[in-house]
Design a protein. Sequence first.
Length: 142
Amino acid sequence: MRNIDLSPLYRSFIGSDHLANLVDAASRTEKQSTYPPYNIELLGEDNYRITMAVAGFSQDHISIEVQENTLTVAGKVETPESDKKREFLHKGISERNFERKFQLGDHVEVTGADMKNGLLHIDLKRVIPEAKKPQMIEIGKA
């Protein structure tokens, strides 16, 4: 794969360093595991839900962190010594640690998380500040 150096373009992005950073980040491919499986649902106009299948994990083993525009969900579980001695004829249930990252859009906040029946639900809401919302300007009124 060819790498493209975008640093000369940064001089052209005056006041739009965020755009240049997005272009630069898109050119880097970061491999991410496909485990655990997840769904992203649109619940309403500005409400979203991420549902992750985390069978075998309890709430104590899962951490959810938001830093800047990145949501990180990690699961870490210690395997007891008695489980290491087990002999499987077939092992289809994964019991491995994971870390999954989601890139959040601007003004998207995590409003809550819940775990039920082996599914982790993370609720998100897009909250646009009043200053960023479109404004109607009447003509002839000064």
